[in-house]
Design a protein around this ligand. Structure first.
Ligand code: HEC
Length: 120
């Protein structure tokens, strides 16, 4: 009996991180279309053309390493504060997935020490 309970407890504990990941997994999206949608809905006016954020404080940095898909979707549908909402009637779930795929595809810039030295 005890062994059984321990086994069940162990299996549950082992499955939990996988379940959490499953919940937060982004749906499949096209980064290419995401870029088109990002420009079309003018996200870039506040967040910069590659999600780098704006010096003027209009919008925070979005990439590289975007927030989780769940937070991303929540922010688009019901923004926390100053950002305009992007409701389902105007921006489909697929477009949200594509937008996320685009932001997730943005690579970090190389570290300064990895840049080639200027050749004078
Ligand atoms: C008018 C300016 C504006 C536009 C346009 C805009 N945003 Fe935002 N965004 C903001 C601001 C300001 C915030 C900070 C939170 C808030 O005020 O709601 C934000 C926050 C976010 C966040 C949360 C970032 C974090 O680190 O928590 C995401 C993701 C995001 N925006 C994505 C988008 C996408 C995608 C679009 C286009 C569909 C878009 N935004 C269009 C201003 C804007």
């Amino acid at each position: 009996m005890r062994i059984k309970i321990l086994t069940i407890a162990f299996l549950l504990a082992a499955a939990m991180p996988a379940m959490a990941q499953e919940k937060d997994k982004a749906p499949a999206g096209s980064a290419e279309n995401g870029h088109t949608v990002y420009m079309k809905y003018m996200c870039y006016t506040c967040h910069g053309t590659v999600g780098q954020g704006a010096d003027r404080g209009t919008g925070p940095k979005l990439a590289p390493n975007p927030v989780s898909f769940a937070s991303f979707q929540a922010q688009l549908r019901t923004p926390r504060q100053d950002m305009p909402p992007y409701r389902k009637e105007f921006v489909s779930d697929q477009e949200v997935a594509d937008l996320y795929a685009y932001l997730a595809s943005i690579k970090p810039s190389p570290a300064a020490k990895e840049l080639p030295l200027p050749n004078f």
